[in-house]
Write a protein that binds this ligand. Structure first.
Ligand code: AP5
Ligand code: MG
Ligand code: ZN
Length: 218
């Protein structure tokens, strides 16, 4: 394996969460999704959640300082010691620079930044069809990833599911714009550092996962 400190990049609906979760389950490195962390803060009604809610519902990006501080603190937790996959962070050049500084301060080295590449026209269908088990968080899709028994979660047997409030078609368009304007410039940033790995994410979930394992030498 090239290492255990990874960044998972890619557009909204590209499959970052799906693939990062697989890596976590198979290789004992922690998936850290900033989107999940922010949604948990909203659900808990914390000050961070209050600050983030309207911005997320609009499909825009939450402030760099807030995100950098959140990751800086989180990486000190014991469960990050064996490695981590950052899912959805960094998303702007200032966040990437912030990550570089905070990792240097902790004596950590970034091993790879993965781009899950998917054409724009595929993303709307992926996002509007996405749903999640309300009990355990397992992700599903109306067309691409159905539970084995209809209406029952494969993992926990739960029967309630939820959809994200930012997966409405209009909001998805704003998220996509934010990705191209603010996040895509990070791809050349990591390429220059020699750590960028690109995976074709426009294929079956299992094929993407297998290719990723090959690319990372897992
Ligand atoms: P976040 O939660 O990170 O959302 P996102 O980047 O828009 O990405 P998604 O989680 O929607 O997609 P994904 O790539 O994880 O795809 P998934 O695997 O689920 O962020 C949400 C918001 O929080 C942001 O808009 C922003 O406001 C804020 N935020 C978060 N981080 C921030 C930061 N660093 N700075 C500032 N603001 C921040 O897959 C999607 C669906 O497709 C699923 O149903 C899945 O089953 C299916 N699927 C997956 N792979 C495939 C495949 N290969 N083929 C077919 N279907 C597939
Ligand atoms: Mg995600
Ligand atoms: Zn479940």
């Amino acid at each position: 394996m090239v290492g255990k400190r990874l960044i998972m990049m890619g557009p909204p609906g590209g499959g970052k969460g799906t693939q990062a979760k697989r890596i976590q389950e198979r290789y004992n490195v922690l998936q850290l999704s900033t989107g999940d962390m922010l949604r948990a803060a909203i659900a808990a009604g914390s000050p961070v959640g209050k600050q983030a809610k309207a911005v997320m519902d609009a499909g825009k990006l939450v402030s760099d300082d807030l995100l950098i501080e959140m990751i800086d603190k989180r990486l000190d937790d014991k469960d990050c010691a064996n490695g981590f996959v950052l899912d959805g962070f960094p998303r702007t050049i200032p966040q990437a620079e912030g990550l570089e500084n905070l990792m240097a301060n902790k004596g950590l080295k970034l091993d790879a930044a993965i781009e899950v590449r998917v054409p724009d026209e595929k993303l709307l269908e992926r996002l509007t069809g996405r749903y999640t088990c309300a009990k355990c968080g397992e992700g599903y899709h109306d067309k691409f990833k159905l539970p084995k028994a209809a209406g029952v979660c494969d993992v926990c047997g739960g029967k309630e599911f939820s959809r994200r409030s930012d997966d409405k078609a209009d909001t998805v368009k704003t998220r996509l714009k934010a990705y191209h304007a603010q996040t895509a410039p990070l791809l050349p940033f990591y390429e220059r550092k020699g750590v960028l790995k690109v995976v074709d994410g426009d294929r079956d979930i299992g094929l993407v996962a297998a290719d990723l394992e090959r690319i990372l030498g897992l």
